[in-house]
Structure formats: structure tokens, C-alpha cells
Design a protein around this ligand. Sequence first.
Ligand SMILES: Cc1cc2nc3c(=O)[nH]c(=O)nc-3n(C[C@H](O)[C@H](O)[C@H](O)COP(=O)(O)O)c2cc1C
Length: 362
Amino acid sequence: MARLFDPLQLGALELPNRIVMAPLTRARAGRDAVPTAIMAGYYAQRASAGLIISEATGISREGLGWPNAPGLWNDAQVESWKGVTAAVHEAGGRIVAQLWHMGRLVHPDLGGGQPLSSSATLAPDYAHTYEGKKPYVKAREATYEDIRRILGDYARAARHAIDAGFDGVQIHGANGYLVDQFLRDGVNFRDDLYGGSINARLRFMTEVIEAAAAEIGMDRVGIRFSPNILVQGVEDSDPPVLYAAVARRLEELRVPWIELREAHRPTLAGAIPTAPVSPEMREHYSGKIVLNSDYDGPSARARLAEGIADAISIGRPFISNPDLVRRICKGAPLSAGDPATFYSGGAEGYIDYPPLEEAEAA
Ligand SMILES: Cc1cc2nc3c(=O)[nH]c(=O)nc-3n(C[C@H](O)[C@H](O)[C@H](O)COP(=O)(O)O)c2cc1C
């Protein structure tokens, strides 16, 4: 039975423990999507995680619709990321880049034109822009030419991630972004190579994984999903069947690890989760499974003991507890974070959460 402080191999990555830092968008990059110096300090503070998954990082200008999120499409971004990855490595950590194309969730103010998706659909709610929230713009259906270009962007971003010193990449296949917009049938109405049957819906994800692996090797590629919950207007009519097929495909591709944002309670947006699919995926997939959502030390230990998960990823508690791993190890209390500064820009609420001793002395 695996324990939280046992080491773990995820493809080429050797983790000293099984507490993974989940990807967290913090919006501290420049408008040019170039990482800033405080990002190095922030990630280094959290280097005791078995693995850090970076905040979602744009593969192209057209695919990035979050103000002040970072990118990996040009040399300036690569150069700045080098400072971040070096700081993490110096502090003894490991970090992979989460590769992101937001598809229909990119507002033209940021992406530069009409967004695209698997099908011509309109996302619910509001887009993030530099002038605040604005209604989404209806996406157009991606052509085969678009898809070829985007696969090239994924390949370039994967290569750039390694050039920038990342230990690997995680494809963002969760939360209603582009890969998810192809996978789940709530928004993919195509009837061609990329939609119609489950097999066709898996094609884009498969090609993205292959494009990244061709650049950096499959042993440095992972992927994340949010299978059992409606996110940003994207859900599936039959998650167990779809994600069993996903698991079989990942097994064929020999993808070494996956992360599931597997909700157990309603989200803030009010979506009710359906049954977890990790048991089905485990049956068809022999790689490592990282489970996420609402874990703390005790619940992470209990979950590992059930035998489906190989590691647990933790998001929000890592924001306010840079030394989360140590606190879990000692059974120490966790500090609460301030949601007002989750995406607010500067150093406040970012690199000023104290580690345990300082917190106790204060
Ligand atoms: C501030 C914030 C930013 C997030 N950014 C990302 C992201 O960039 N990529 C992603 O896949 N999920 C993102 N998520 C989702 C988290 O990774 C995680 O799935 C969610 O917070 C539930 O896990 P937790 O209960 O451990 O926080 C974000 C969540 C929060 C609260």
C-alpha cells in the first residue's frame, strides 16, 4: 500500500513524495505573457512538493485568454521561465509546464480574433479581459488546417518547456478548455474525423499527446482531465464510457501519468458531480494516477490507501501554505488563503504566506 511519503516514478520523473502541487493560475506574468521575477520566488517556496504542476501556460497568443497568464510560444518567455525552473531545481524541486489552449474561452481582446473550438458554440458566462469581464464571443468550428497549426503550437510549446528547464509537460485536458471541448459530447457536434463517435472525439487529444511526445519523449508527458463535472459549459453525456475509452487510449500511447480533478462536492458555480470515473480508468490504465480536489493530509492518506491513486494533488492549500508538505508530515494546521488575491497581480497573497515557524511565532 502506497503512503504519502513514499517516492514515486512518473515516467522520467522521480518524485520524493506523493504530494503534487496542482496547477494554479495566479496571473502574475506580464501582458506579453512573459513570467516575472516573483514567479521564481513563489514556485521555489513550494519546491518541497513531490512535483509542481505549473499554472496553465499558453501555447500561442490565440490560445491564451487569461489576463497576465504566462506563455511558452516565444524566446522571451522561454528565457524568463529559465529563472523559475532554476529556482525550483535549486530548492530541490521538480516542475512540469501545464500546456494550455483555451479554445472558445479566449476573448478576441486577448486572442486577437474569433475564438475556435471543436464546433461553433458559445460559452456561458463571461470572459476575462484586461477591461474586466465581457460576454464570450461565439467560436467558429476549427478547420483541419487550424488543427494542424495548433498541433504545431503544442509541439513548439513542449520543446520550449524543455528548453526553459521544465522537467516535462502536462497537457491541460480539463476544465472546459480546447482538448476538453473536443473530448466531451456536450460541445463537440462534429461529424468528421474529430467528432461523432467516441473514437473521433479522442483524436484531437491523441494527436496533441503525440505532438508533444515527438518533441520531448513520452516519458515527460502527462495529461489532466475533469471527467465527472460540468466546467465552463462542458460536460459529457456518459463519463464512465468516455473515460474508459480515454484510459485505453492512454494505455496504448503509454502515457506515464494522468491527473484527474475528480470532484466529490458541488463546485462554487453550482455544478453537481457525477460518479467518479477513476475506478473505471484504473481498470484500463496501468500508468500512474494522480487524484485531485478537496484533499488535505488525512484525506490524501486515506485516498492513497484505497489503492486507486498513486499520488494526490493539492491546489488551494498550496497557495497559503508554501511548506504544505512539511505541515502534512507534522500534522500541523493549515493557514487559510485569501481568494481576493488568488488572481490579483502583485506580491501580496502570493509570496508572503509564511512557513510554519514564522506563522507560529507571529
Ligand atoms: C486560483 C485557482 C487557479 C487554478 N488554476 C488552474 C489551472 O491553471 N489549471 C488547472 O488545470 N486547474 C486550475 N485550477 C483548479 C485546481 O488545480 C484544482 O483542481 C482545484 O482547486 C481543486 O483542488 P483543491 O481542492 O486541492 O484546490 C485552479 C484553481 C484555483 C482555485
